[in-house]
Design a protein around this ligand. Structure first.
Ligand code: FE2
Ligand code: FE2
Length: 468
């Protein structure tokens, strides 16, 4: 197999024999992982995909029919800035790191491995969804997300192979060995071990969990470790489409539910094979809360260390802030202590996870506003909402305590009593699954979702996005 044919890159792979041989060894393992754990059942089909062939605005979005195993996984970094500087932290203003600084080696490897692990994990979670697609348009979007997550894995593996030597290669192998949801070798972060086995889960996942990716990647896109910054900048261009799939997907489900509510003159649209709003709300509660965990603890010495080292900044660090040292100031948080909520003053650098999480919540709220607009347009008075950020948390200050949807501290017993009103029950999940019948005729769509407002890249909705 000729590596240059398979791996598009702008990192001079052909001139770096050591890196080339490391990637050559990893490639067959990646392909066999893709074969075993990638989208089930459609590997031989032609899918109308966009492929990154260059980072320029023209080159990176090349559309054509491709069989997924032949997708050209690429390694693309945004072009280097001539004299990039460390943009924040204790080394603010010094030249950006072109190699891994010895004292930050473990921290950096941990950041890259944690990000890298999410990429194959989501492909594994979404593996069976093709069999129940609501339309060819949606099927194609699923596969687009899947191949790009595969490419994101390549991006992180390039950094591990290129900059971390032996232990980097071991970590790259381990990225192909862990499995989403496998109790013996789970993926690192819990959101990536949750089942994503119906399309409502998929849309909520791409809305909320891929959006966490946007904020993590944005914070890393300004990293003082330049190869990481340049890699993440390019990944962000692809991430936008994943969030689009989730946001518009949920919007279309909500709109359809609104239409069916009107038609049936009732809240329960089950008779008409729709997804009731209260089930949609529970899926929102579930994925939003798991995605909030991905930002890490509210009070975090890691966040302080990463910032001090110039490795991970805030969202839009350069545009939004003037003080890039952040040793002054603090954030007041509400924490649970002895059965009640109390205020705690947290030094700014230790509060950076919470600050990034706050940016994310604001962004999610915009999605909710769009979905509620769809309800209003259908003449429905009900509204969807985001639970308060303390609800249903498994990481950080609020893990181990119980809160209601408004963030009020409650007892474990109270939570258990009301849990089935707040989070998807087995029955809810079974009901949603019962609606998931594949619709694969060109231009047709499942009953529980509205068609999209437009097709992909100027093509109509009635286009053969996947040749079956
Ligand atoms: Fe990704
Ligand atoms: Fe993504």
């Amino acid at each position: 197999m000729n590596l240059y044919d398979r791996i598009h890159n702008n990192v001079n792979l052909s001139e770096d024999k050591r890196l080339q041989s490391a990637l050559e060894k990893w490639l067959p393992n990646f392909l066999s992982w893709w074969h075993d754990m990638g989208p089930a059942g459609f590997q031989e089909k032609d899918v109308w995909l966009r492929t990154a062939v260059d980072v320029g605005s023209e080159g990176w979005a090349h559309f054509d029919y491709v069989k997924m195993p032949d997708y050209r996984w690429g390694i693309f970094l945004e072009p280097a800035e001539p004299d990039a500087k460390v943009g924040f932290g204790d080394n603010y203003g010094e030249p950006a790191y072109q190699e891994v600084p010895g004292e930050f080696r473990n921290a950096l490897r941990r950041i890259i491995v944690t990000q890298g692990d999410t990429e194959p994990a989501s492909v594994e979670q979404q593996r069976q969804l093709g069999h129940t697609c609501p339309s060819l348009y949606d099927l194609r979007n699923l596969f687009q997300v899947n191949v790009e997550e595969g490419r994101h894995l390549w991006a992180m593996v390039y950094l591990l192979h290129g900059y971390f030597g032996r232990d980097g290669r071991d970590e790259a192998d381990a990225l192909l060995e862990r499995r989403s949801g496998n109790p013996d070798k789970p993926r690192i972060l819990e959101a990536f071990n949750q089942p994503c086995d119906d399309w409502l889960n998929f849309f909520a996942f791409t809305m909320f969990t891929d959006r966490d990716g946007k904020y993590q990647l944005s914070a890393l896109a300004e990293s003082g470790f330049e190869p990481l910054a340049r890699t993440c900048k390019f990944m962000l261009t692809e991430e936008a489409h994943h969030m689009f799939v989730g946001d518009t997907g949920l919007s279309r489900v909500v709109r359809r539910t609104g239409q069916l509510m009107k038609q049936s003159q009732s809240d329960d649209v089950r008779e008409l094979d729709g997804i009731p709003l209260d089930i949609i709300q529970k899926y929102i509660n579930f994925w939003f809360s798991y995605s909030l965990d991905l930002f890490g603890g509210e009070i975090s010495s890691n966040s302080a260390d990463f910032f001090a080292a110039g490795l991970k900044g805030r969202f839009k660090e350069q545009d939004q802030y003037t003080d890039h040292i952040a040793t002054d100031g603090s954030l007041t948080m509400q924490v649970a202590a002895e059965g009640k909520m109390v205020s705690r003053e947290v030094p700014l650098r230790n509060a950076l996870n919470e600050i990034l999480r706050g940016e994310y919540v604001k962004d999610c709220q915009k999605g909710l506003a769009r979905w509620n607009k769809a309800l209003a347009e259908e003449g429905i008075g009900d509204r969807l909402f985001l639970p308060q950020a303390r609800f249903h948390r498994h990481v950080g200050e609020y893990a181990g305590h119980h809160f209601d949807l408004e963030g009020k501290l409650i007892t474990k017993e109270e939570f258990e009593q009301r849990q089935s009103d707040w989070l998807p029950t087995n029955e809810d999940r079974e009901y949603v699954r019962s609606l998931m019948h594949p619709v694969t005729e060109i231009g047709k769509i499942a009953n529980w979702i509205a068609p999209p407002a437009a097709g992909i890249k100027g093509k109509p909705f009635e286009f053969e996005y996947v040749r079956l």
